[in-house]
Design a protein around this ligand. Structure first.
Ligand SMILES: [Zn+2]
Ligand SMILES: [Zn+2]
Ligand SMILES: [Zn+2]
Length: 344
């Protein structure tokens, strides 16, 4: 069992996962070797090499753990956190707070094709993946012990993917991760001061300035972040204000799929299939114990779900680690112009 420890100096939780250091895939990560199709536990026919299926999207009549699935969800074979009885509350310990590593760590295996990337998927498969995200978020939101559920994707070895087969992961935690907490605080304060949702205001501003927008179909908009930390860092958001991804309708998820296909395709063509991470920031579990009473009272007006995409083109070095201040060598407006010139 792993452990969550609180770094009081940096005000952030850390997962200390001792067992994970022995997982065989780490070897691949260091060696830059990707397992090929035949050895891949995520390829169809190898279902017995993963923990049992939790849920899947599969053709009618097909049974659990059969090999004809479209999207398949299992527990991570080397989970950073595991479900258990959570009987913990922030206690007396002010300095070295710790708690057992309870939570959820799932893998979402995306399609049967080992060598395809998301931008090459059919719109139907991406829609199935988005529906799976929605399903898993709504399931974990019912667990009162889980404060936050993060879905993320690591594409490419340099972005942390230990298996080449397309997949995303989900980690649900009994604490609010620092990055989320900062966003919740910023948007809460912005709403208190202006009466507006920060991201709704950003959309308006992006449309007026029109120098960073890469995709806008009226339902989903994607733009290079104004203060991008990394070259080609993108933000993908629903145009209509919405706090919780798991409450989205099918139409929005279809549009989101088309948008992802478009911008990930542009990134691949523009930057020769770069490694990237994307992270889905949806609203937190408001049924779990809040930071202080009444903390969530304006959440549905102030927080707007979004996906952050970060191509991993530059290394984070000493200055960034030491200061949290990033040096981005590509102005976001130039990145946008470059992406918009790409013919798909
Ligand atoms: Zn595979
Ligand atoms: Zn909004
Ligand atoms: Zn975010």
């Amino acid at each position: 069992m792993s452990e969550l420890r609180y770094d009081a100096l940096q005000r952030r939780w850390v997962i200390i996962a001792t067992e994970r250091q022995h997982r065989p895939q780490d070897f691949y990560t260091h060696q830059d070797i990707k397992p090929s199709g035949g050895d891949c536990p995520f390829c169809p026919g190898n279902e017995d090499q993963t923990p049992p299926e939790i849920t899947a999207i599969r053709p009618e009549g097909s049974k659990s753990n059969d090999s004809d699935w479209h999207v398949r969800v299992t527990q991570n074979k080397y989970p950073a956190l595991q479900l258990g009885e959570i009987d913990w509350e922030l206690g007396e310990e002010r300095l070295y707070e710790r708690t057992p590593g309870h939570g959820v760590h799932e893998v979402i295996i995306e399609g049967q094709d080992h060598n395809k990337s998301m931008d090459e998927f059919s719109p139907e498969l991406i829609f199935d993946i988005m529906k799976t995200y929605r399903n898993r978020l709504s399931v974990h939101m019912q667990n009162l012990y889980l404060k936050y559920t993060l879905i993320f994707k690591n594409h490419g070895v340099k972005a942390g993917a230990s298996l080449a087969h397309p997949h995303s992961q989900l980690i649900a935690t009994p604490v609010t991760p620092r990055t989320i907490r900062i966003e919740l605080m910023s948007t809460l304060r912005y709403f208190a001061e202006t009466g507006n949702c920060m991201i709704c205001d950003m959309i308006e501003r992006e449309r007026v300035e029109n120098s960073r927008v890469v995709y806008d179909d009226g339902v989903i908009i994607a733009f290079n972040s104004f203060a991008a930390r990394f070259p080609f860092e993108l933000l993908v958001v629903p145009v209509k204000h919405s706090t919780f991804f798991e409450r989205e309708d099918d139409r929005t998820l279809r549009h989101l799929g088309i948008c992802l296909k478009d911008i990930l395709g542009r990134l691949r063509k523009a930057l020769d299939d770069p490694p990237y991470n994307y992270m889905l920031h949806s609203g937190p579990n408001t049924e779990a114990k809040p930071i202080f009473p009444g903390f969530w009272s304006t959440l549905e007006k102030d927080f707007h779900w979004h996906i952050e995409i970060i191509p991993r083109l530059v290394r984070t070095a000493g200055f960034e680690w030491g200061s949290g201040l990033h040096i981005n060598p590509v102005p976001p407006e130039r990145a946008t112009a470059f992406l918009n010139e790409i013919e798909l």
